[in-house]
Write a protein that binds this ligand. Structure first.
Ligand SMILES: NC(=O)c1ccc[n+]([C@@H]2O[C@H](COP(=O)([O-])OP(=O)(O)OC[C@H]3O[C@@H](n4cnc5c(N)ncnc54)[C@H](OP(=O)(O)O)[C@@H]3O)[C@@H](O)[C@H]2O)c1
Length: 277
């Protein structure tokens, strides 16, 4: 008997939580299918992608360090992957391999679920960081009509990100952050700062606009200092786990034919896995 097989590729890949997510959905929806973690070295990426169809895969996820290299290896790109310049989801339509990017819809869906109406009156978003995740988030926020400002350690990287969008986000140094807070409606940390094993994000939120929502896409630890501080000051705060769960929904729907839900049970499963033992 054959059943749909999907995968996540990266190097390293042991840390990926995606198999937990997709395994939970396969099990709770009672679907026959598999989702495998596969370590692929950069030198083997092209041959792995070329072998997908004959190996019987229906698609999969792509993570570090392959998200940009895969752009050139697919037959078609969706609009988000083209705009963001990175692919995180692969699927077949007939024999043609598509590459898409679900990080921006995942980020927005998490905000919509965890901070309802966050954008009802929001005008200005301040995004800290200018890496791959920031690209997806800036794309999503611009699509929602927000003015976006970027603050990053490396000015050149942030400039390059800004230049790739038609409505250029303004670029600032990290030192400018305190001055940007008083008219920030949404503050997003997209850097690795605050992540386990990395330095903390040092940012005094005293001047942050009343009612601003704070989001940190770091999910290990589950509650970063930034989120704790924001909550203590009365701001709504959204962690990174929601983005991780929601970005997985479109891929699962394509591969296995059912649109899964992001539920408290799924969150609890991931939180248990992420909690220090
Ligand atoms: N929740 C989710 O679903 C999700 C999805 C994707 C990523 N993430 C998380 O988002 C974070 C960034 O991922 P990414 O893929 O965008 O990584 P990336 O492309 O490597 O970008 C890293 C960003 O962090 C900044 N940074 C790193 N170390 C720094 C330091 N010591 N001081 C100041 N800035 C520093 C970099 O600044 P420079 O440009 O100056 O180097 C850059 O802006 C990671 O923690 C990742 O786990 C979460």
């Amino acid at each position: 008997m054959t059943f749909p097989r999907a995968f996540v590729i990266g190097q390293p890949i042991a840390q990926s939580r995606s198999p937990i997510l997709h395994g939970h959905w396969l099990q709770t929806l009672g679907l026959a299918g598999s989702y495998e973690r596969i370590e692929v070295a950069p030198a083997d990426l092209a041959s792995f992608i070329a072998s997908l169809h004959s190996a019987g895969f229906v698609g999969g996820n792509v993570t570090v360090p392959h998200k940009t290299a895969v752009l050139a290896l697919v037959d078609n790109l969706d609009d988000a992957a083209r705009a963001i310049g990175a692919v995180n989801t692969l699927w077949f339509e007939g024999e043609r391999l598509w590459g898409g990017n679900t990080d921006s819809v995942g980020f927005l869906a998490a905000l919509d679920q965890e901070a309802p109406d966050w954008d009802a009156e929001a005008r200005t978003a301040t995004v800290i960081g200018a890496g791959g995740a920031a690209r997806a988030i800036v794309h999503g926020l611009l699509q929602r009509g927000l003015d976006v400002r970027l603050a990053n350690r490396s000015h050149a990287t942030a400039d390059a990100l800004s230049q790739s969008f038609a409505r250029l986000p303004a670029v600032h140094d990290l030192a400018a952050m305190p001055a940007l807070l008083n008219d920030t409606d949404l503050l997003v940390n997209t850097t690795a700062l605050g992540m386990q094993g990395k330095p903390p994000l040092v940012l005094d939120l005293t001047g942050l606009k009343r009612g601003a929502v704070v989001c940190d896409i770091v999910y290990a630890p589950l509650e970063t200092d930034l989120l704790r501080d924001a909550r203590a000051r009365g701001h709504r705060a959204v962690g990174g786990l929601g983005m991780l769960m929601h970005q997985a929904v479109p891929g699962f729907a394509r591969w296995f034919g059912h649109r899964p839900s992001v539920t408290p049970a799924l969150r609890a499963l991931l939180e248990a896995d992420l909690r220090p033992r």
